[in-house]
Design a protein around this ligand. Structure first.
Ligand SMILES: Cc1ncc(C[n+]2csc(CCOP(=O)(O)OP(=O)(O)O)c2C)c(N)n1
Ligand SMILES: [Mg+2]
Length: 607
């Protein structure tokens, strides 16, 4: 039997080491599906409930495995559904290849059924590489370049294959004019900056009296080196959300997350430092970085396209974080650990105490902060965590103490709702032997997480460790936005847009053959986590949480607090609980041993 184009595509994916393709079928890729049948489902076709979920699963897989995520969908609606997941990958710099169908070549331009101009539609999301295969000889080159470009640029690439082309007999490019042969593979590469720039960076860091380090996901492979540099120069280390698992939260000088979802010690370190070293992060919120002119700054980034961004850096080092820090270290003097570093450690210890106490505040019925906080002691050393966009991201960022081999991620830059559950599914295909835990809002659960429980039900029995825990924050509210409206514009909660139905998520899980528990009392929270961690199958924990617990930003500006107060006066439906809860959280700061923060302009005593 002759080999068709579609057989060749799957063969080439196998040659690239691709083991899973997260996908959804449709007649635009019927040729590929038939080839999958002939290939004994190798690479595995992992069936999501929705193409956007397939894309999120590919992103989660790529984030947690460090490999390329591959997803596939039919032409028209399938390709359109993939888009949001692909943008998530693009914005978080994750390598994902999308393979999509298209109508037959003979129908193109005929306003045909499901005909969408995919080259235009994908032009932005796959701006690094987007090609349509119109003759067999374009392969393997187009697929090879899609794989290599996704890896090299940590970006999204797309291969569009019309349905009739999938069915053609495959014939490789010849040794002839206008033919483009291609080959497999790519060696590991790690760029390094030149010596002169390294010396300039060292000079700045050696002159620092109050150094701060900000790391992102680019520092993940350089854990040891970041610790050595921080110790050598006496710096504290703040982490952008995507780099939360790049360095242990248990280290005394790790101030934790930064930004709106960040911690107070991160905020203060940035406001007071005289030197800033950014490693592998494109953290966007520049208002959380030092004032211009306040700090001399050095950046290390592997991507020359991304250096120099976000701050007036004096030296932009283009290089792999680990290799660059290894070359920088011998040039750095041992700084005496000054009062600066001691203050950072003290502030950080104090912050964890405040977190402890905020988690212990009573709420109606359950304090969402406690849900995340209670998990800390129970977290398995090899856990893989995801958080959805919404208030869950706050509690993930602030309360969870990641350490060692633990991994965690969320939609850092697109901040889209919906990836919590599919990321965890991607994690299970990347590491079937590790427990996955997703922290998800009820809005995100209703948007798509519930449907993806069916995907979990379909596959869990093949996972070596069957544990996948979905923790739902059932606050019957799109709470993050409710609070943003209160804080930013002083608007009261608009119930028609914000309020969402109470669904028994645990019951739904049990209907699908999973385990499920509804948790309605604070004293049941820890036991529920223990039950889920001891379960022989995936489990949904339906935590009924209080929407009145405010996800106040670390530095909450006075005018934002005032705006929130105005919302109360304007008749917010939840005003009584909100005022009570906000007050209770704030009061934690004033407990014995905690200094008053009102001396700082723009600071409020909240956290
Ligand atoms: C696709 C998408 N739609 C809308 C938003 C805006 N948004 C951000 S958080 C949020 C509310 C999330 O609600 P829920 O999942 O219930 O979490 P909660 O904040 O209540 O814990 C919304 C609507 C978004 N980020 N992404
Ligand atoms: Mg909610």
């Amino acid at each position: 039997m002759s080999k068709k184009v579609s057989d060749h595509v799957l063969e080439r994916l196998r040659d690239w080491g691709v083991e899973h393709v997260f996908a959804y079928p449709g007649d635009g890729i019927n040729g590929l599906l038939a080839a999958w049948g002939r290939a004994d489902d190798n690479p595995r076709f992992i069936q999501a409930r929705h193409e956007e979920m397939a894309a999120f699963e590919a992103v989660g897989y790529a984030k947690f495995s460090g490999r390329v995520g591959v997803c596939a969908a039919t032409s028209g609606p399938g390709a359109i559904h993939l888009l949001n997941g692909l943008y998530d990958a693009k914005l978080d710099h994750v390598p994902v290849v999308a393979i999509v169908g298209q109508t037959n070549r003979s129908a193109m331009g005929g306003s045909y059924q499901q005909e969408v101009d995919l080259l235009s539609l994908y032009k932005d999301v796959a701006s690094d590489f987007c090609e349509m295969v119109t003759v067999p000889e374009q392969l393997p080159n187009v697929l090879d370049r899609a794989m290599r470009t996704a890896m090299a640029r940590r970006s999204v690439t797309a291969v569009i294959i019309p349905a009739d082309v999938q069915e053609l007999d495959y014939s490789p490019p010849e040794h002839a004019f206008k033919m483009v042969p291609s080959s497999l593979g790519m060696s590991h590469w790690a760029p390094v900056p030149n010596d002169e720039d390294l010396s300039r960076a060292a000079e700045i860091l050696n002159a620092a009296e109050k150094p701060a380090i900000l790391i992102g996901q680019g520092a993940r492979g350089a854990r040891q080196e970041v610790m050595e540099v921080a110790d050598r120069i006496g710096a504290g280390v703040a982490k952008a959300l995507l780099g939360k698992d790049a360095l242990d939260d248990d280290l005394p000088y790790v101030t934790g997350a930064i930004g709106l979802l960040g911690t107070r010690p991160s905020y203060e370190m940035m406001m007071d430092c005289d030197t800033l070293l950014v490693i592998g992060s494109s953290f966007p919120y520049t208002q959380f970085l030092p004032e211009f002119g306040q700090a001399r700054a050095v950046q290390i980034d592997i991507d020359p396209h991304m250096v120099g961004l976000r701050y007036p850096f004096e030296v932009n080092l283009v290089g792999d974080a680990r290799e660059t820090l290894n070359r920088l270290l011998p040039l750095l003097k041992h700084a005496k650990h000054s009062s600066w570093r001691k203050k950072i450690e003290k502030d950080t210890a104090r912050w964890w105490e405040v977190m402890q106490r905020r988690a212990a505040v009573d709420a109606d019925p359950i304090n969402p902060e406690y849900v995340a906080h209670a998990l800390n002691d129970l977290l398995p050393e090899n856990a893989v965590l995801s958080a959805d966009s919404g208030s869950a991201a706050n509690w993930y960022a602030r309360h969870l103490r990641l350490r060692g081999a633990m991994r965690g991620s969320l939609s850092g830059t697109l901040a889209t709702m919906g990836p919590g559950v599919p990321y965890a599914i991607g994690a299970k295909f990347a590491h079937g032997d590790r427990p996955a835990i997703a922290l998800v809002g009820d809005g995100a659960m209703q948007m798509n997480g519930m449907a993806e429980l069916i995907t979990i039900a379909k596959y869990w029995q093949e996972w070596e460790d069957p544990r996948l825990i979905v923790a739902v924050y059932n606050n019957q509210d799109l709470n993050q936005v409710t609070w943003e409206m209160r804080a930013m514009s002083g608007a009261p909660q608009f119930l028609p847009s914000q309020s969402i139905p109470d669904i028994p998520y645990g019951d739904a899980a049990r209907l699908f053959g999973l385990h499920g528990v509804r948790v309605e009392k604070p004293e049941e929270v820890r036991g529920a986590w223990e039950t889920a961690l001891a379960a022989d199958r995936p489990c949904v924990l339906d935590f009924v949480t209080d929407p009145a617990v405010p996800p106040i930003p670390p530095h909450a500006e006075l005018d934002q607090i005032e705006a929130a107060a105005t919302a109360v006066l304007k008749g917010d439906s939840d005003r009584v609980a909100m005022a009570r809860q906000g007050f209770k959280a704030k009061v934690q700061e004033f407990l014995p041993g905690h200094r008053h923060r009102e001396d700082r302009p723009g600071a409020e005593p909240g956290q």
